[in-house]
Design a protein around this ligand. Structure first.
Ligand code: ADP
Ligand code: MG
Length: 245
């Protein structure tokens, strides 16, 4: 089962009006893979993640989730989305709810588990992200790094099979980046399947099983991080990596 394909994408296309943003993307992510998606701003990284989470509707191509080809018209997208956790650059916490309430919300209302169980699970997740003492605090009182760790705990509370991260540390002050990356690294080590859009090349190098470089809506190169950073095959990849290192 370890080599099970979690998400497979075939010839995925997506346009916004005349703008062709994803141009025939092929990608396959296996269980426990950690994939870092890199590329310049505007290359289509967020759109790809959003298609994988069905926040955007693809134009054509296939998205195969856990062996099943998913179509917006015939599938209960909300049900599939529950298995796909997403963490954004800007946290998106509920400002009027405490930390623990933020985490308990979806398990109670979507997974429909009893409140007592949701509380127990939320506490254990808060402990996991190192914020056990922040249970009753409101998001406005947290640092950016703490907010992002709550956002990660909240996504995990749905017990997803895969986690998508869209530049989770890009909005943080530099001194807060490390604590969020450490949380993500722990998650990776526990075997979570992850796709991470990031400019943190150190993280990609250390944690990724493979790196995908996107340019202008296409995948230019896929490789093991050691290979990709030391010896990229494509000139474009080399230029990009040099620009961000
Ligand atoms: P990245 O995450 O790599 O920076 P995006 O996926 O956000 O790239 O964007 C790729 C391109 O698609 C950009 O040119 C962007 O302006 C455009 N785009 C993204 N979302 C929309 C949208 N909802 N409507 C119109 N254009 C969009
Ligand atoms: Mg983006």
């Amino acid at each position: 089962m370890t080599e099970q394909e979690m998400i497979k994408v075939e010839k995925l296309n997506k346009s916004f009006g005349d703008l062709h943003v994803l141009k025939g993307i092929d990608i396959s992510v296996k269980e426990s893979d950690v994939v870092c998606l890199i590329g310049a701003s505007g290359s289509g990284k967020s759109t790809l993640l959003r298609c994988l989470n069905f926040l955007e509707v693809k134009d054509n191509g296939k998205i195969i989730f856990e062996g099943e080809q998913v179509e917006q018209e015939t599938h209960d997208i909300n049900k599939i989305r529950q298995k796909v956790g997403m963490v954004f650059q800007h946290f998106h916490l509920f400002p009027h709810k405490s930390v623990i309430e933020n985490i308990m919300e979806a398990p109670i209302h979507v997974r429909k588990i009893p409140k007592s169980q949701a509380l127990e699970e939320a506490r254990s997740l808060l402990k996991k992200v190192g914020l056990a003492d922040k249970e009753n605090v409101y998001p406005s009182k947290l640092s950016g790094g703490q907010k992002q760790r709550v956002a990660i705990a909240r996504a995990l509370a749905m017990k997803p099979d895969i986690m998508l991260f869209d530049e989770p540390t890009s909005a943080l002050d530099p001194e807060l980046v490390g604590e969020v990356l450490a949380t993500m690294k722990e998650l990776a080590e526990e075997g979570m399947t992850m796709i991470v859009v990031t400019h943190e090349m150190g993280f990609a190098r250390e944690v990724a099983d493979w790196v995908v470089y996107m340019h202008d809506g296409k995948i230019v190169e896929v490789g093991h991080p050691d290979e990709m950073f030391a010896n990229p095959k494509e000139q474009r990849t080399r230029e990009f990596i040099e620009s961000v290192l």
